[in-house]
Design a protein around this ligand. Structure first.
Ligand code: UGY
Ligand code: MN
Length: 243
């Protein structure tokens, strides 16, 4: 049903709120029995690509452009013979032969980015993890806001992916303004996101892109925790071209 041209999606120069009512699906090269909702990419000026892949049973992703991070939202994947279900994730290094296939219908967060090599450090190896086994740490001493850092704290990684869980009423303690850009998928709950000079109600299923230096703040609303998965570029000098 059409909404007379209304949507919560908002496209601005320094931020983008992408809500499910505006998602358009199209397969990427090499995908089999799968399709992608491309939330953000170079086409919009980001240094990374983030999409939600929807795979049928037996479906698979095409080859990655650069390194790839996958986080399972729903269903089950197989990579190198190991199975990955909701909350499981994998880091796949550049040039890897890893095949990402669905053993049942699955929805997956996929982040891809060319690897930014440092002269004295090798790229990371393949890594598999389970979010539930990552220790949650309070952000800036606030027990109501817990962060799980999914990738190791190592300069070999040129990006970070974390989950952040806010108890109802919890909020970032400051408006952040920083050089890193973000790709963010709301996993559950909701609240108000400040982006630039605007405040938006956001809920599970929404995607947000924040350009470098986009002022940002979030406060959780409702009776259940709000949780999001957040990407940021990391561990590299900003003078280096990240694309
Ligand atoms: O890691 C971050 O920069 C994070 N605190 N930003 C955010 O939640 N918008
Ligand atoms: Mn931030």
């Amino acid at each position: 049903m059409h909404q007379l041209g209304h949507t919560r999606s908002v496209h601005r120069t320094h931020h983008f709120l992408h809500t499910p009512d505006t998602f358009v699906r199209a397969p990427l090269p090499g995908m089999q029995d799968a399709t992608a909702i491309i939330h953000i990419s170079r086409a919009r000026g980001a240094a990374f690509t983030q999409y939600t892949a929807e795979l049928e049973q037996g479906g698979r992703l095409g080859p990655a452009v650069g390194q790839r991070f996958v986080y399972v939202l729903e269903g089950e994947l197989e990579i190198y013979g190991d199975s990955f279900s909701a909350g499981d994730y994998a880091y796949i290094p550049p040039g890897s032969d890893a095949v990402v296939a669905a053993t049942c219908a699955a929805r997956v967060v996929v982040i891809e980015k060319p690897y930014c090599q440092l002269s004295d450090i090798q790229p990371p190896d393949f890594l598999a993890g389970q979010e539930s086994r990552v220790e949650a740490k309070p952000l800036m001493g606030d027990d109501g806001l817990q962060v799980r850092t999914l990738l190791p704290d190592s300069p070999a990684f040129d990006f970070a992916v974390n989950t952040m869980t806010y108890q109802p009423g919890a909020a970032l303690s400051m408006v952040e303004i920083h050089v890193m850009e973000h790709g963010l998928l709301m996993l559950s709950g909701g609240g108000i996101y400040r982006l630039g000079d605007d405040w938006y109600p956001v809920t599970a299923g929404d995607f947000i892109w924040m350009a470098p230096y986009c002022p940002q703040w979030f406060g959780a609303l409702g009776k259940t925790p709000a949780k999001y998965l957040i990407y940021k570029d990391w561990n590299r000098h900003p003078q280096v071209d990240r694309r």
